[in-house]
Design a protein around this ligand. Sequence first.
Ligand code: BES
Ligand code: ZN
Length: 619
Amino acid sequence: MLLAFAGTSCSHEPETSDAASKTDTMQFNDPHSLAQPTVAVGTHLDWHATVDFNTHTISGTAIWTLKSSPDAKEVIFDTRGLTISKVTTDGDNVAAFTLGDTIPGQPWMGQALHIPISASTKTVHISYSSSPDAAALQWLSAEQTRDKKFPFLFTQSQAILARTWVPCQDGPGVRFTFNAEVQVPTGMMALMSAENPQSVSADGIYRFKMEQPIPSYLMSLAVGDLAFKSVGKETGVYAEPSYVDACAEELSDMQAMLESAEKLYGKYQWGRYDVIVLPPSFPFGGMENPRITFATPTIIAGDKSLVALVAHELAHSWSGNLVTNATWNDFWLNEGFTVYFENRIMEALYGKDYADMLKVLEYESLVETVKEFGSDSADTHLKLKLEGRDPDEGVSDIAYNKGAYFLRLLESKVGREKWDAFVNGYFTSNGFKVMTTEAFIDYLNKNLIEPNKAAFADVDINAWIYGPGIPDNCPKITSTRFEQVDAEVTKFKGGSAASSLATSGWSTHEWLRFIYQMPDDISPEKMSELDKAFKFTGAGNCEIADAWYELAVRRHYTASYDAMDTFLNSVGRRKFLMPLYKAMMQTGQEALAKSIYAKARSGYHYVAQNSLDDLVGKP
Ligand code: BES
Ligand code: ZN
């Protein structure tokens, strides 16, 4: 029997060309999960857990409600580093569970938890404890927080780290609802991808409910000294108490973003939309945990110039959380659509000139990435081949920016009106379902290309999806605001003093453009002149600081190094770390990279450590 909502690891079904039947009985192989959800699938989780800041463990019971095929003899969950103390079925029947072997060379896969069941088994109860070095969890001491009163814990489950804190069928193609009861130290607040509290509970117990089915990579938990501030009818911000006002001020456009997103692509399906601003070691810019985006504090720039990140995570409420990539090979469906949608929200709120700057920066970054991978590398295909590899390797500008530019190409062929109707229909008719690249192509052919055949006569969609590099028909975007920046760059290159340049009113993006346009052979004297005029070294805006430090390292402008050291020891966002360490490694400054990393590593999250161990070497 084939279950309607699950992938299969052993499909011999022929590929059908009918998109509807495909999404109903979706056939796909998820190479990054050991579960077999077509045999028996967990459809609901009841989670009881205690968060222990002394042992750095979460322990408790995961009770899974099952839906099984008639011949099911076992249910399999993904685990990694979990200590399983007991498994029972339907309450108190002790089950003889086994843990499968780890896969040599693929530690990210963890171990399969096999639980014997019969077809009539309704629930399995798994009592377990996470490991102190669980990859999804970052435990911070009170010293590592802003207010220094309580420790802090946050999770990062995407792509396949949920299995390090909950035994689950850890692939994006499996969805479940959940309830949770979580015990934390009194005085601390706990938040999950669910209905959340807005104040601290007296006894440290929090109860959560998520009624919409979500995949495991969207499971999240944050525990800390937190306060809430509303910024709109359905929107608000959580942060440490001394920071929450500043964060709410910075993110005051969230409600308008939500409303403009709904106007574009249909009703928001998740109830509230809140953001938690985490401590600076959060390894990503943002993470689209349903109902509660997790965000880095590096977007709190003081001038609202980095709020596109919130538009991005909000957009995932449709692309990703509602229509979900079937496997990590289809990651571009999540991120490409989201970058596209993010830009439409930014355009609706802040105008075309602003959105054009973001698009140009995306393009430039994409060109760099293709150069790095090599223009014929399979890693530049939209559809990825991550079998046997850590899915983290698929996180690059390809899925994001090549994906978004592909969608912009499609838009340009039919115009906005038809395109928006198509995208709207895509989200509506595929809500709470999974999408393979192939099912998307079928849907696209049926609903956009065939009805507008002539417009697509010269578009080879396979070249974009299954081919390398940036195809020639990639839309060319220009930015009038960047043209003005480039004029100032030309003046500077021609000998005008930095202090004489017309830079007033520039936003973060104009400054980034300016720094990126500096010549490869810029002299230390010119660097110093720029620094004096614009105070780049030690800049409070992390985007600008990061771009400047990369240039400084490449030009051996040592006057910035102390500030860069401080930056690398206080920020854990991988997007900022990688370019700086890479620049040091590539320019004969390995010793500097290694000495900074040796000090800073313990403050970074596992995913950043993992990438940097590969680049710099484990200290
Ligand atoms: N879902 C991603 C973050 C992610 C991707 C985590 C893959 C783990 C594996 C999130 O939506 C994202 O794209 N964040 C970006 C934000 C940006 C593109 C605006 C980031 O963190 O920089
Ligand atoms: Zn994203």
